[in-house]
Design a protein around this ligand. Structure first.
Ligand code: SAM
Length: 656
């Protein structure tokens, strides 16, 4: 037993002094010590227990030590923590043994010969006061999270839920095996594991995932050596499933070691296609290779690569790029309890590194295109993932990326499990809610293109005033198809005078960041009316289909007109009564502009329109996906009039 405490002390010491990860050092120390499994389990428990409760233990110890803890030798402090942890948390260790063992360790490892006496005095004091200790002042101390981190969690989740998260951070993480379904069915793998004496339970919501218990060392299991499974948290596999890898795809895993995401993708792809698993550290290649070999996944190749540096031959080449970037790791405190004590300042630089990797590897994703029949082939997917719960490394990085890269869009996904909000394209998994690692991922789809309008100047790659030859050359250079799949180009006296483009789900049309075909038409009109007068083709400017902004030289057109006031008009009522789906059609086509034009003044003059009021007061721009659901309150108002089914509640029947 003494041996176990000694290994724990040395591991804690190494962790404090060298910043060595607790599990890495501990595993090596346990292997080298050759101790039996019972002692190894105690050493592990002690090491993790002290790290999980360090702040709380120090809170109690500081009240008992006449010297401030920061003035103690580092190993003496660890002896105190080890003793205090056993006294306060381990029922099966008698207090007297806990004190004596720590005193012996201090005698052996402290430089100051009086340290053993101090350890003895402080720990005996703790034993005496054990039943009357003051309560911890707050949850940060109670669950030993640094104050800055506890504050972050409280800001995000509120006090109560942050407390649940911090409690979950100190719980024992389950061992989750993902079945290599190319080698064995989940049932067969479970049976093999049970035959080997391992406890096996199917994961409650992730298919082909087994929760293991009593595994001992995995390497000794024949089923492991034969590659029937690999160990991975459900959240990490979920991220890969959300990205939608399919057989035959070409995948780049940009930050791949030790290879978990590549393995998950390869299994989902049934080992058909290609996965290039890259990492910046040459020595980590072997880890990925060994895993792929054990699992028999020969579609995985490895390469040493810095995700921040552009590799020309990769540009536009991959169906799926996975950027599981280096991060603060604050979602995996359950597995690496010491990670919470990282100094926060160096972590502040991480978003820059993450953005640099994302910016670079985004270029490797295949853009959307049109086939020879003019049908859209969607662009590839960029999966951004971290194992942290800090917004500045997660949502903030993704949002800033989207601001810089309008040719990417968040794409909703469907995954198994109790998750809400997957339609936003971003998901956070939480230890206390989902019993997973704290994990974040975003699914980004590369679009065919994103074009800016430049009022009075041009649109996308075209400039007003270009000659016909120049415009044609631009089309050739960029491989642009003819209208209506791409730009309408109209000329006056051989010069480009009017440039138009249809709304298209695979193209973004932007004016100073505002999406002209995906933002509510009223909001687009309001925004542009701030910069120009407005004329339109209806006396009621809320009901026009063509809007012209003379000072900007921009024209917007929608195929249908929809406004709630139309619901009271008899002809509209007839339309809906004839077919309830008509309402959804009118709304989805009437809420968004279908064509955007940039034109010269002389062109505009040919189409005089009614001068319109600019009734819109602006307000926040409402971005909504095209074909969004009908607001239930609107439907509730109109449904009884026309004998339609009333809505099922918020987000109810979207067809209505
Ligand atoms: C979160 S880990 C990846 C885990 C891995 N995807 C998995 O599922 O097993 C991040 C990895 O990124 C690597 N890395 C760090 N900076 C990098 C860079 N600039 N380019 C490529 N890889 C990098 C690290 O070596 C580390 O292995």
């Amino acid at each position: 037993m003494g041996n176990a405490r000694e290994v724990a002390l040395l591991a804690l010491s190494a962790c404090a002094r060298q910043g060595a990860w607790s599990d890495g050092f501990l595993k090596r120390a346990l292997r080298d010590s050759g101790m039996d499994s019972r002692d190894a389990a105690l050493a592990t428990r002690l090491c993790f227990g002290v790290l999980q409760n360090r702040i709380l233990l120090d809170f109690y110890l500081s009240g008992l030590s006449r010297l401030p803890l920061r003035k103690l030798e580092e190993r003496v402090l660890e002896c105190l923590r080890l003793g205090a942890y056993q006294i306060l948390f381990l029922d099966r260790v008698p207090d007297r043994a806990a004190v004596n063992e720590s005193v012996n360790l201090a005698r052996k490892y402290a430089k100051n010969p009086r340290s053993a006496g101090l350890v003895n005095g402080v720990l005996r004091g703790l034993v005496r006061q054990k039943e009357s200790l003051p309560p911890p002042p707050d949850a940060a101390v109670q669950y030993s999270h640094p104050q800055w981190l506890a504050d972050e969690f409280v800001r995000r989740l509120g006090r109560e839920e942050a407390q649940a998260l911090m409690a979950a951070d100190n719980a024992q993480p389950p061992t989750m095996a993902q079945v290599n379904t190319g080698k064995a069915s989940t049932a067969a793998a479970a049976e093999r594991l049970r035959d080997e004496g391992v406890g096996v339970a199917p994961h409650p919501w992730l298919p082909d995932c087994l929760e293991l218990s009593d595994t001992g060392s995995l390497e000794r299991l024949e089923s492991f050596r034969q590659g029937l499974f690999y160990i991975q948290d459900p959240a990490a596999r979920l991220a890969v499933l959300a990205a939608g890898p399919e057989p035959g795809m070409k995948v780049l895993d940009a930050c791949a070691a030790p290879g978990g995401k590549s393995f998950a993708a390869a299994i989902a792809m049934k080992n058909h296609g290609s996965i290039l698993a890259c990492d910046i550290h040459p020595h980590k290649q072997a880890l990925i290779q060994a895993g792929a070999e054990r699992l028999g996944l020969d579609c995985i190749q490895t390469q040493v690569l810095d995700g921040k540096c552009c590799k020309e031959e990769f540009l536009d080449k991959f169906d799926l790029v996975i950027a599981d970037v280096p991060c603060s790791g604050l979602g995996i405190i359950r597995k690496k309890p010491d990670i919470r004590y990282k100094a926060p300042e160096p972590l502040e630089n991480l978003p820059k590194v993450q953005a640099a990797i994302l910016d670079n590897v985004a270029r490797y994703v295949r853009p959307g295109s049109l086939d020879r029949h003019g049908c859209i082939c969607p662009g590839g997917v960029l999966l951004y993932a971290t194992c942290t719960l800090l917004e500045r490394e997660n949502e903030d990085v993704v949002r800033a990326f989207l601001d810089r890269h309008p040719n990417f869009t968040l794409e909703g996904f469907q995954v198994p499990g109790p998750f809400e909000g997957t339609d936003t394209g971003m998901l956070t998994c939480w230890p206390h809610r989902h019993n997973t690692d704290g994990f974040f991922f975003a699914k980004l789809r590369r679009l065919r293109a994103a074009y800016e309008i430049r009022p009075r100047e041009g649109f996308g790659p075209f400039r007003l005033g270009m000659t016909e030859e120049e415009a044609e050359e631009t089309c050739r250079r960029l491989g642009l198809p003819q209208a209506p799949q791409s730009f309408y180009l109209e000329y006056r006296d051989g010069r480009l005078s009017r440039i138009g483009l249809n709304a298209d789900e695979d193209i973004r049309i932007l004016y100073r960041g505002l999406e002209l075909t995906r933002t509510h038409a009223e909001d687009v009109v309001a925004a542009l009316s701030r910069e120009s007068g407005l004329v339109c083709d209806c006396v009621d400017s809320e009901l026009a289909d063509t809007y012209d902004f003379p000072e900007l030289g921009v024209e917007l057109w929608r195929e249908r007109v929809y406004h709630p006031k139309l619901l009271d008009r008899p002809e509209f009522q007839q339309l809906i009564a004839a077919l309830p789906e008509n309402l959804a059609y009118e709304q989805s086509h009437g809420w968004y502009f279908a064509q955007i034009w940039v034109q010269t003044d002389d062109f505009r003059a040919e189409f005089p329109l009614e001068p319109g009021r600019a009734p819109y007061d602006g307000g926040p721009w409402r971005s909504a996906p095209p074909h969004g659901p009908v607001p239930p309150e609107q439907m509730a108002r109109v449904a009884p009039k026309y004998g339609l089914e009333p809505p099922a509640g918020p987000g109810g029947d979207e067809r209505a």
